[in-house]
Design a protein around this ligand. Structure first.
Ligand code: ADP
Length: 263
C-alpha cells in the first residue's frame, strides 16, 4: 500500500465545537517527484549531444578565417548559443541534484575565507579588473557545510554583482558571525532592483529585464540555486535593494553549523 502524506488542522469553535480539516498532499508530492525526475532526465540526455555540437563548433572556429564573413558570424552565434545551452543544462542538473540528494554525505569543515579569496579572483577575471571588490572576512570563522554547494551559491551572488553593475562599481563582500549565526553579505552600488521584483527573484527563470539578462549570459536559475543551497543548510537568503542605490544579498547560516579556529 502507498504511504500517504496528510496534514490535520483542528479549529475550536466556542465551548464544544471542533472543525477537523484533513489535507492530502500525496498526489501533489507524486507530481512534484515526477517533475523533478523529468527535469533531471532531460538535462542528462541533452548533455551528450551538446558536448558533441560544442566540440565540432570549436574545431570549425579554429579554421574560421577560411570561411566567408557571413558564415563566420553564424559560427560565432552558434558557439555563443551552445555555450548558453551548456550553462543552462549544468544549472538545471545542479538544481535537480539540490532537490533530491542527501546533504549530510557532503558536509565537511569549510574554510570560507579561502573559498572567498578564490571566488574573488575568478570574479575579477570575469570583470576584466573593471570592478573593485573588497573583502572583509572573519578568518577564524569556519562552517560545517558542503564546500561545493556553498561555492556555487556564493559565486552566483558575487558573479551577479559583476554582471548587473557597470564597470567602476564597488562590490563589498562580508563574512561574519553573531548570535544568530554566520552571514555572507554581497553588497554592490549598482543600479539596484525595483522592489516589486524582489519577492519573485528566487523563482526559476525569473528575470527583471529579460532582454538584458540574455545578453549577460545568465540562465535565470542562479538565485534559485542559492535559495536551495541555503534551505539545505537550514539557512536562508535575504535580498534588499533600492533602485539607483545598489543591492545587498545575504546568506544566513545557522549558529549550529559554525565553529571557530584559533588565529
Ligand atoms: P540570471 O542567470 O539571469 O543572472 P539569477 O537568478 O542569478 O539569474 O538572477 C535573477 C535576476 O535578478 C537577474 O536576471 C537580474 O535581473 C537580477 N539581479 C541579480 N543580481 C543582481 C544585482 N546584483 N543587481 C541587480 N540585479 C540583479
Amino acid at each position: 500500500a502507498e504511504s500517504r502524506t496528510l496534514e490535520y488542522q483542528i479549529t475550536l469553535f466556542g465551548e464544544n465545537d471542533r472543525l477537523l480539516l484533513v489535507r492530502d498532499f500525496t498526489r501533489m508530492q507524486r507530481l512534484e517527484r515526477m517533475r523533478q525526475d523529468f527535469i533531471a532526465n532531460v538535462s542528462h540526455e541533452l548533455r551528450t549531444p551538446l558536448t558533441v555540437l560544442s566540440g565540432y563548433l570549436e574545431t570549425f572556429s579554429d579554421h574560421a578565417e577560411q570561411l566567408p564573413t557571413k558564415w563566420q558570424r553564424g559560427l560565432t552565434l552558434m558557439r555563443q548559443q551552445s555555450t548558453r545551452m551548456e550553462h543552462l543544462v549544468e544549472d538545471l542538473l545542479t538544481l535537480s541534484r539540490l532537490e533530491t540528494s542527501d546533504l549530510e554525505t557532503a558536509v565537511e569543515p569549510v574554510a570560507i575565507d579561502q573559498l572567498l579569496d578564490s571566488i574573488r579572483c575568478d570574479a575579477l577575471a570575469l570583470s576584466g579588473n573593471q570592478h573593485e571588490i573588497s573583502l572583509d572576512v572573519d578568518r577564524q570563522l569556519r562552517i560545517h557545510a558542503s564546500d561545493k554547494e556553498l561555492r556555487s551559491a556564493f559565486s552566483n551572488l558575487i558573479f551577479n554583482a559583476i554582471k548587473y553593475t557597470p564597470p567602476g562599481s564597488h562590490i563589498q563582500i562580508r563574512w561574519y558571525h553573531d548570535r544568530a549565526g554566520a552571514h555572507l553579505e554581497v553588497t554592490d552600488d549598482g543600479p539596484g532592483i525595483d522592489p516589486q521584483h524582489l519577492p519573485r527573484l528566487t523563482e526559476r527563470f525569473y528575470r527583471v529585464d529579460q532582454g538584458r539578462a540574455t545578453s549577460t549570459g545568465g540562465t535565470g536559475l542562479g538565485l534559485a540555486i542559492v535559495k536551495h543551497v541555503m534551505l539545505r543548510h537550514q539557512g536562508r537568503l535575504s535580498i534588499s535593494s533600492e533602485q539607483g542605490m545598489g543591492s545587498c544579498f545575504t546568506c544566513h547560516l545557522p549558529v549550529t553549523r559554525i565553529f571557530l579556529v584559533s588565529p
